[in-house]
Design a protein around this ligand. Structure first.
Ligand SMILES: [Zn+2]
Ligand SMILES: [Zn+2]
Length: 341
């Protein structure tokens, strides 16, 4: 296979501006890196936050995309565990400093000196991507590229969020917001054996939520309380209001896991009538969580590889990226947009 000098990529040239599909130099792998021919690259709402600015500073120009999967087409001179032809994915975190307490503890996700896709090097919305050998994960043969891509961020986020809450075998898990993250969260919770409740105000998502594994569907935290409440509430939307409302249905010693980041101008507000007496008396927790370590990513990918997760995607070519972006920004994708270069 010939690898051309340039590749097509969706480039962010200025904040708050549409991405430009254009030719950029094809990246070359360093000694510890691999070159991946991208076969699918999921869009995440984080791409919208980054383009709009305010959450993380981008060095422009940048190529976004942190759900890339594909085949390895070239390996660096020091690469030992990956070979040309391997089907892999990678998530945003590439390396830590390797020297701090958190890197030493194997918890690179807390390192203050990380190298991450999109911010320090180009991300996956392109024909090729360079990734660290150690940051790639092998994909099960049964998992298609299109279905694998959203697991790298969305699937990893919801599964690791559920793990962070440490549910018990008999726990009830509620999912707030049935969208890109939420439709996966319902399925992960159900396939792990938990009684699963969807919280949604969209009438058109009630039947779908049941299909995806919800034992019950309710419209609010109060309604959740009326059906017995939940031990774990996974808040997956891009706003905090519904997360705060869902707290009304949290059981004693339960945890609310907030996974979707709101925009820079929205604060998480919890009314004091919820904090006291409910949350204090019942020793409830709020956990903030995003993508987490590779241990959980491995689980998320493996469960999907067993055919347990139906990833609902809409696919777009790189040339259609502006349409894909607009639909992600407007929240109208059912449920995860995937670029297929
Ligand atoms: Zn993401
Ligand atoms: Zn470090």
């Amino acid at each position: 296979m010939t690898i051309h000098e340039t590749m097509k990529a969706a480039v962010v040239t200025a904040l708050k501006s549409p991405w430009e599909v254009k030719a950029v130099p094809t990246p070359r792998p360093g000694p510890t890196q691999v070159l991946i021919r991208i076969r699918a690259s999921g869009l995440c709402y984080t791409d919208v936050h980054l383009t709009e600015g305010g959450l993380i500073d981008l060095q422009l120009p940048s190529v976004l995309g942190h759900e890339p999967v594909g085949e390895i087409v070239e390996v660096g001179s020091a690469v030992r565990t990956r070979k040309v032809g391997d089907r892999v994915g990678t998530n945003s975190l590439q390396t830590g400093c390797g020297r701090c307490e958190w890197c030493s503890r194997g918890k690179m996700i807390y390192c203050a000196d990380q190298k991450i896709l999109m911010v320090h090097q180009f991300g996956g919305h392109a024909e090729y991507l360079v990734a660290e050998e150690a940051a790639t994960i092998l994909l099960p043969d049964q998992l298609s590229f299109e279905n694998a891509a959203p697991i790298l961020c969305a699937g990893n986020t919801v599964w690791s969020g559920l793990r962070a809450a440490e549910p018990l075998p008999h726990s009830t898990v509620a999912v707030v917001g049935i969208g890109g993250l939420g439709h996966l969260a319902l399925q992960y919770a159900k396939t792990a054996g938990f009684r699963t409740i969807a919280i949604t105000r969209s009438k058109d998502k009630i039947a779908l939520s049941r299909e995806l594994g919800a034992d019950e569907v309710v419209g609010s935290g109060e309604e959740l309380a009326r059906v017995g409440g939940a031990d774990v509430i996974l808040s997956t939307g891009n706003g905090y209001r519904t997360a705060s409302d869902a707290l009304l249905g949290l059981r004693p010693e339960g945890s609310l896991v907030v996974m979707g980041a709101a925009g820079p101008d929205e604060d998480l507000v919890i009314p004091n009538r919820t904090v006291f007496p409910q949350m204090m008396v019942n020793r409830q927790k709020i956990i903030f969580s995003q993508q987490n370590g590779r241990e959980y990513l491995h689980e998320a990918v493996a469960i999907a590889g067993r055919g347990k997760i139906r990833v609902l995607t809409e696919t777009f070519t790189l040339d259609e990226v502006r349409t894909a972006y607009d639909r992600v920004a407007a929240g109208t994708v059912r449920f995860r947009a995937v670029l297929v270069p």
